[in-house]
Each structure stands twice: as C-alpha cells, then as structure tokens.
Ligand binder design. Structure first.
Ligand code: AMP
Length: 282
C-alpha cells in the first residue's frame, strides 16, 4: 500500500495497472477513517482489482464559518485502515496540488443541491461536485463508492455522472452505525459525553420513521411530525431540517407515492449531524 501526494504519481500508478488489464475502484474520503469508510473500501476491494482511496479535506466544500481548520486528521491511522481493508493506494494531496494558483473552473448543479443540506450549506455541493469531478479525471476509475450516510451527496453525484456522461459506475453503500445506532462519522469526535448520548435522537428518529413506513403510513407530515417530536424532546438537539423528498430529484413530497428519502440534519450542541433512510431499503 502506497501513499502519494501528487496527481502525477496517481496517474503513473493507474497507467501501470491499466497496462496490466486491471480494474480500478475509487473511494473518495476526507480522511479520519472509520468503519463507514472501511465498508466502502471493502466493497471496492470486492468489485475491483485495485482500490484508490483519496484522503483530502476539501477546502472548497466548507464555508468560512464551518469546521475546515478543526476537522480531524490522522493519516497514519488512515494508512493502517486502508491497508487492513485491501486498499492499494492513498492519494493524500495538499490543497495546492488540487487547486493551483488561478484555479477558476467549477462543477455546479441546480435543483438537487437547493434542498436539504443545500439550504444551510449553499456552497457545499459546488465544492463536492468540483473535487469529485477532479478525482474522477485524475484516477479514471471503473467504479466509485459513496455512502448512503450522505444521501443527498450520493444523489447529486449520480446526477452529475449522468448529466456529464462520466464513464464510470457509482455504487451506493449502506450506513454503518455504532452499536447503539449512531451513524459513524468523523465529526462524532466533536461530541462530549452528554452530547454523545443526546445524539442518539437522530437514529431513534430514523427508527420511528422506518417503523411508521413499514406499518403502511404514507402521509409524510404524520411521519415527519413524530420524528421531529422525538428529536425536540432532547434539550441538546436543535433541528436544522427533517424532510421527506423524492429519492431522485430531492424535491419534497407530501405523500409516499414513489421511492423517497427521509433525511435530517440536527445540531447536537455545536455539532451538525445527519442521518436518513431510503424507503426502498425498508
Ligand atoms: P467523508 O470522509 O465524511 O467525506 O466520507 C467519505 C465517504 O464515506 C462518503 O461517501 C460518505 O458517505 C461515506 N461514509 C461516511 N460515514 C459513513 C457511514 N457511517 N456509513 C457508510 N458510509 C459512510
């Protein structure tokens, strides 16, 4: 397993693999890897001959008020995890390698990025689409792996690949959770003990919503109100949004008459956490 910091090194390695007729999977991450990321690496290792993991805290997807500086980083730990899960190459560039002086081209998307997280994070998906496009161009993978934990991101990337005729397959992978239900996230490290307990309201709300859908409830307001009531019962929790949207277009729907995504963002203290379920996975 190798760690490289330059685009040229990634290209040289992938060229060598291609010359041997090998397939390549890409797992884009911001590092500080946990079992959620590991599940994507496992999936890529299963489907492809070689797996590249990008490990880059992308400044372009953070607004000035967000946690770019404090975002946790530990490349040594990441390298051990990637190696243990069969990854072959970590691409760990400096921001200057990805965004040279005078960088001025962006991949922007309307509609899908204007709902859910796009409302409180208006520049976020432009940063995500731009960096993911760059990674696709650098690695030119056969497949790329994304977690359903970031459900809107997965829908946005699928849409971008379709719109721009990018020549790869996007694979969505299930949410990996702690034993008590909390979705694994690099940002969970921000939580103190009381907040860590309070954060369980997100996965508990997912369970409430899932049960209602499983029992045949189709009125989105009924589902969302019960989930919100539960979250609001926790004093440390403040709802950013809890919404039901069309799973493909990310537009809000009043009735469950098509595949839907129920997504939420909730502040626990100062930490913003997300969780969700797709009705198709129930
Ligand atoms: P991040 O490093 O947070 O940008 O995440 C990199 C990739 O890992 C994204 O595709 C995420 O959706 C995915 N991921 C993060 N946490 C989880 C999780 N708990 N379960 C599954 N995938 C995850």
């Amino acid at each position: 397993m190798k760690i490289v910091k330059t685009i040229a090194e990634v290209r040289a390695q992938v060229k060598e693999w291609r010359a041997q007729g090998l397939t390549v999977g890409l797992v884009p991450t911001m590092g500080y890897l946990h079992e959620g990321h590991a599940s994507l690496i496992d999936a890529s290792h299963r489907d492809n001959d070689r797996t590249v993991v990008s490990d880059f805290v992308n400044p372009m997807q953070f607004s000035p008020s967000e946690d770019l500086e404090s975002y946790p980083r530990d490349i040594q730990h990441d390298a051990e995890l990637v190696e243990a899960h069969g990854g072959d190459l970590i691409f760990h560039p400096e921001p200057e390698e990805m965004y040279h002086k005078g960088f001025s081209s962006f991949v922007d998307m309307s509609v899908l990025t204007e709902e859910l997280c796009g409302i409180s994070r208006p520049i976020h998906f432009r940063g995500v689409c731009t960096v993911v496009s760059k990674l696709f161009n650098i690695v030119q993978p056969d497949r790329a792996y994304f977690g359903k934990k970031d459900a809107q991101q997965l829908a946005v990337i699928r849409h971008m690949v379709d719109d721009l005729n990018m020549n790869l397959e996007i694979i969505g992978c299930p949410i990996i959770r702690e034993d008590d239900g909390l979705a694994k996230s690099s940002r969970n490290t921000y939580l103190n003990d009381a907040e860590r307990k309070a954060a369980l309201v997100l996965s508990q709300a997912v369970t409430i919503g899932t049960e209602l859908v499983r029992n045949g409830e189709t009125d989105c307001n009924v589902i969302l109100n019960q989930m919100k009531q539960h979250i609001q019962s926790e004093p440390l929790a403040k709802i950013d949004y809890v919404k039901m949207v069309d799973a493909e277009t990310m537009q809000q729907i009043p009735v469950l008459d098509r595949p839907a995504l129920c997504a939420m963002a909730v502040y626990i203290g100062k930490t913003r956490l997300i969780d969700n379920f797709f009705t198709e996975d129930i």
